[in-house]
Design a protein around this ligand. Structure first.
Ligand code: ADP
Ligand code: MG
Length: 256
């Protein structure tokens, strides 16, 4: 039964999509069947896997709003063991349209139920907000993976994220837990980075991954070639980091 991990942080630009795409590819390469669920209207993980956003037959918008079967939206990718439920700008309307709908927080969960047995891992790439789409991701998932960029304002917003998590736990998903906290765009030469890490260790004892993701230009180039970094440049530091993260995730889940 697939474990559902939501990659979430309501801040934009912290490395959610980069992590979702590259962890998905790395787990797939290690022989796990992985589904990436793009629920960000920007569709960056969709295009990051080489799929043309303008040309979709169906997307997570239809999945959430009209409950078409997930199989109709699902796409296979050229990357080993990787499938995707793609997204595009159509999903931007969903924040408002969902408000009126019955069962509005549980729609993604219901949509994924049938797919769960076919995968080892299902990763959800969340939008940069704590709106109703993110709520759907939190209600649907088993755990949250929280990427954090080591910058001055890194801790800002975390208390809001944690209070949303507590609310979701109480109202929709009592089993939800934190999978792990990932330091992204890491630069150990900066004093600030070390300070942020110390703060985070207090905030999330035991939850911070040993693996850190360095700043690496290959990671930012790969999406424009529609490829996860391990297919774009196998020798890059970014590739090594996400492979190490995949190994750590598997070890934590006793899957390696
Ligand atoms: P989010 O999904 O949280 O908005 P992204 O994953 O899209 O964040 O990352 C924001 C920008 O930073 C993108 O242009 C991405 O290519 C770049 N980026 C992300 N992680 C790294 C990294 N480790 N090194 C260099 N650039 C990165
Ligand atoms: Mg993103």
């Amino acid at each position: 039964m697939g474990k559902i991990i939501a990659v979430a942080n309501q801040k934009g630009g912290v490395g959610k999509t980069t992590t979702a795409v590259n962890l998905t590819a790395a787990l797939g390469a290690k022989g796990k069947k992985v589904l990436l669920v793009d629920v960000d209207p920007q569709g960056n993980s969709t295009s990051g896997l080489g799929i043309n956003k303008r040309d979709l037959k169906g997307s997570t918008y239809e999945l959430l709003l009209s409950m078409v079967p997930a199989q109709q939206v699902l796409l296979h990718t050229p990357f080993k063991n990787v499938d995707i439920l793609p997204s595009n700008i159509a999903l931007a309307g969903a924040e408002i349209e969902l408000v009126e709908m019955e069962n509005r927080a549980m729609r993604l969960k219901n949509a994924l139920i049938k797919l769960k047995p076919a995968y080892d891992y299902i990763l959800i790439d969340c939008p940069p907000s704590l709106g109703i789409i993110t709520l759907n991701a939190f209600a649907a998932c088993d755990t949250l993976l929280i990427p954090i960029q080591c910058e001055y304002y890194a801790l800002e917003g975390l208390s809001q994220l944690m209070s949303t998590l507590r609310q979701v736990k109480r109202l929709y998903n009592p089993q939800i837990e934190i999978e792990g906290v990932l330091l992204t765009m890491y630069d150990s030469r900066l004093n600030l980075t070390l300070q942020v890490v110390e703060e985070l260790k207090k905030y999330f004892p035991q939850k911070i991954y040993h693996t850190v993701i360095p700043r690496n230009v290959r990671l930012s180039e790969a999406p424009s070639f529609g490829q996860p970094v391990m297919y774009y440049d196998r020798t890059s530091k970014g590739c090594a980091a996400y492979e190490e993260l995949a190994a750590e995730v598997l070890k934590k889940n006793k899957g390696s």
